[in-house]
Unconditional design. Structure first.
Lengths: 581, 246
């Protein structure tokens, strides 16, 4: 078995992982940092983010206002110390990216331009047209190429964390090109693997978003926090689930039902005005807007299409010039995937799974409870997003907490004790054997990956959609339990070593089922409605009982053990979420 | 019209010791299906051993470039219907070593990308307390070249890349040019030294195929011609000002 070792190993080459790598390389060129990613870094899902990254920029804006918007947006489930730290740090991070060459859109005088965004009281969202994630990712990746000290394992798939004497000591991973299984040892490991949207059938997420890092941490003993908090983005294209950015509404787009009526006014989100108003109507938060669209479906005021009900996002009144300059990708996507030109026709949209507020439980320093293990970005839950993330806070989060994870990992690696290499490598060989025997050499499996994946996705949509209730959640929990057993009996057609994507699909299915189980049980346990978690059977927010994070611990067999951790409240006591009035 | 279409897919697995071949699969022909949906139908329903890369399925991650009927194509944004009644030939990108089936080896491209120093180079120590001022016109000067998604379709289209593997190639040169044109950057001399070497811009024969196939409407061919012009000017300057740096 091939082995190598580094001071710090980052899993994931998206925005959070790259930011961490650069931070480490800049802090101390003497530190040996490596990055392992199952795709080339510039393919990571950060690339698909569109609208922008929020950070206080204008003189009329304050850090406190960004904090309040984020806290009320989170339905008071975000930790206020983390949010305050985040809002203070993010303008510096966005400037750093500017210095590294990110092509931010500009004002006529050459300053950074900002735009409004949902749930935000001021203009503070920095943007690079509507390809902000793409430009941020490529800027970070290209900047990372400057540092020869960053070692990359591209297209290398992690199958397990190595834990010795209670601390994380590296990973076992498959080099996809050769199929070689290798042990990569490290004194500190950062998980930056993004989200898990692919547990749902209808998602904006890329094929690679299978919750790998969440499951790796969960299996190694780090708990998952607030996993019931699943964000549905209001505006996805009906067949593909491709995201139409919230910036379309921030620039003035309207949501219309089948009668051409701006229905958000019926859902306590304000009164319609021709121009967008902060924290009102189409600039409401994502949870409330998605719930309103679902309400129109139930009232029969939506259109019916081959891929389910939908409503219209109308940009026609913005005119061709504004659409081309501010929303070129929206136009490109609509033309290519719906054969619709938003300059002339309204866009059919429906709510689509988009983001996980939950993730690996970390503190404000990106530390997990497991020594030597850190997490940042969508894979982590600090939590700044609570029960509902505001649009344009996630691109900031990957920078602020990616950098923070890098600094914490440096400190941890410097203080790490000597490792018991014999024990670590014995564990790695066990893992090699598991992959070989359970997947590569096995010929008597009977279950199909595709079938199990579809059954999982159906169960998750049924139980963990926009509205939830006990019976359907319990049914989904049973189904996921059954699928986890059946996943032990997978049949593979491909037993070769070279670039075996069926093997990685099988391993990803295992990750997704673990994450799905945490989601569904956390949702079953939270008997209240808050933010993105809406229970038909418990329609009210219950601060007495649930002003707390759910923390799911994996158990060897059977459902996870759910505990609760109080929310950190500093200066903003829980109150009513008010939008549009 | 038939409701199915035949995909003839290139197969190759180095472990079989066999030669590359084509295998035919019949897949549904649906009006909203892309070529990638057809490949996923094969992978999910017909033959799980087929290897290809894909991720975002919205034309931005750059993973799923392949030769479709001989043309470098992003399969996630190209309708299967365009090829009706078929058959459609899907093969790995030209000019790259094949790893397996439709997967090519991109290490060489990544090395070339790193070689052109695609990051902001500052020769002075100036670090503004705030942003660098950059007018919309200054942004516009380099913006189109920053839209490259590294899908490498341009390498598969470029006849010079096919003949001379040392040619730095369209995407890497376009990205070098992107930084040269960025008002925040001072690294043009470094990049001229790298790109104007033999394998660099002088190899380009101005066929322009790279710009034709680019799914993001980047114009690498223009970047290369502008690079040639700048390099020529610098070359003359070095005679006019023999003592040195300008």
């Amino acid at each position: 078995m091939e082995t190598s070792s580094h001071d710090i190993l980052i899993i994931g080459g998206g925005g959070a992982g790259l930011r961490a790598a650069i931070e480490i390389a800049e802090q101390d060129p003497g530190i040996d940092v490596a990055m392992v990613s199952k795709v080339y870094p510039m393919r990571s899902h950060t690339v698909s983010a569109e609208g922008g990254a929020a950070g206080v920029a204008g003189k009329d804006d304050t850090i406190d206002e960004h904090c309040y918007d984020t806290i009320s947006g989170s339905d008071w489930l975000g930790d206020q110390d983390a949010i305050e730290f985040f809002c203070n740090e993010i303008p510096k991070e966005l400037l750093r990216l500017e210095h590294w060459g990110c092509p931010w859109s500009r004002e006529p005088d050459g300053r950074i331009a900002v735009r409004p965004f949902g749930g935000m009281k001021k203009m503070r969202t920095w943007f690079a047209a509507d390809k902000t994630g793409f430009h941020m990712l490529h800027t970070l990746f290209q900047t990372s190429l400057k540092f020869n000290t960053i070692v990359r394992y591209d297209e290398t798939f992690v199958t397990r964390l190595l834990v010795e004497d209670g601390a994380v000591r590296g990973v076992v991973a498959i080099e996809l090109r050769t199929g070689k299984i290798r042990a990569i040892q490290a004194k500190a490991v950062i998980i930056a693997t993004g989200g898990c949207g692919r547990v749902f059938p209808f998602t904006t997420n890329a094929n690679i978003c299978t919750g790998d890092g969440m499951a790796l941490a969960y299996r190694a003993g780090a708990p998952l926090k607030d996993m019931e908090m699943v964000q549905y983005h209001p505006t996805g294209l009906p067949f593909t689930g491709i995201l139409i950015t919230e910036a379309a509404r921030a620039e003035g787009g309207w949501l219309l039902n089948k009668d051409g009526y701006r229905f958000l006014q019926d859902y306590d989100l304000g009164k319609p005005t021709p121009a967008p108003v902060f924290r009102s109507m189409e600039l409401g938060p994502r949870d409330r807007v998605s719930q309103a669209i679902f309400g129109e479906f139930e009232k029969g005021r939506a259109f019916h299409g081959p891929y389910g009900d939908y409503v219209h996002l109308d940009l026609r009144h913005l005119g061709e010039h504004k659409i081309e300059s501010r929303l070129p990708m929206v136009r490109e996507l609509c033309l290519k995937y719906e054969n619709i030109d938003p300059v002339r026709e309204p866009i059919p949209i429906r709510p689509v799974q988009h983001y996980m507020m939950g993730g690996v439980h970390t503190d404000i320093d990106a530390r997990t409870p497991l020594p030597g293990l850190f997490a940042a970005g969508e894979a982590a839950c600090v939590s700044i997003n609570g029960a509902n993330r505001l649009g344009s806070n996630s691109l900031g989060e990957i920078l602020v907490f990616g950098a923070r994870a890098g600094r914490s990992a440096v400190e941890s690696a410097r203080n790490a004790s000597a490792a018991n290499e014999t024990a670590i490598l014995a564990q790695a060989r066990d893992e090699e054997r598991r992959v070989e025997e359970r997947f590569l050499r096995r010929t008597d499996g009977t279950e199909k990956i595709t079938k199990l994946r579809e059954e999982m996705q159906r169960a998750m949509e049924k139980g963990c959609g926009i509205y939830r209730e006990r019976d359907s959640l319990a049914e989904s929990a049973n189904k996921i339990g059954e699928l986890r057993e059946r996943a032990g009996n997978l049949a593979l057609d491909d037993h070769s070593r070279t670039f075996n994507t069926q093997l990685t699909s099988a391993l990803e299915l295992g990750y997704m089922l673990d994450v799905a189980e945490a989601i569904v049980h956390s949702a079953l346990d939270r008997e209240e409605s808050r933010g993105a978690h809406q229970r038909r059977d418990f329609a009210k927010r219950d601060d007495q009982k649930y002003l707390a994070h759910s923390v799911a611990h994996r158990s060897a067999d059977g459902p996870p053990r759910i505990e609760y951790l109080p929310v950190v409240i500093t200066r903003w006591p829980p109150g009513e979420r008010v939008y549009g009035r | 019209m038939s409701d199915t279409i035949i995909l003839e897919v290139a197969r190759f697995n180095p472990e079989d010791g066999g030669e590359p071949s084509y295998q035919s699969f019949e897949v549904p022909l649906r009006p909203d299906w892309m070529v990638l949906d057809g490949l996923n139908h094969i992978k999910d329903q017909l033959d799980g051993s087929l290897a290809f890369r894909w991720s975002c399925r919205m034309g931005i991650c750059g993973s799923c470039g392949m030769m479709v009927n001989g043309v470098p194509t992003l399969t996630c944004e190209t309708l299967l219907m365009n090829y009706a009644p078929g058959p459609v030939r899907v093969a790995p990108l030209d000019h790259f070593p094949v790893v397996k089936d439709l997967v090519v080896d991109l290490d060489d491209f990544l090395a070339k990308l790193q070689k052109v120093r695609p990051w902001v180079v500052r020769k002075d120590d100036f670090k503004p307390a705030r942003e660098f001022m950059q007018s919309p016109a200054q942004l516009e000067a380099f913006h189109q070249f920053s839209l490259c998604i590294n899908c490498t379709l341009c390498y598969a289209a470029c006849p010079v890349s096919g003949l001379d593997p040392d040619f730095i190639g369209p995407a890497a040169i376009a990205l070098a040019h992107r930084y040269n044109l960025d008002s925040r950057d001072q690294g043009i001399e470094d990049r001229l030294d790298i790109v104007s070497q033999h394998e660099g811009i002088w190899d380009c024969t101005v066929v322009g195929e790279c710009s034709v196939v680019c799914p993001k409407h980047v114009d690498p061919s223009l970047a290369i011609q502008q690079f040639k012009l700048t390099a020529t000017k610098e070359w003359f300057k070095s005679f006019l000002l023999p003592r040195g740096k300008h």
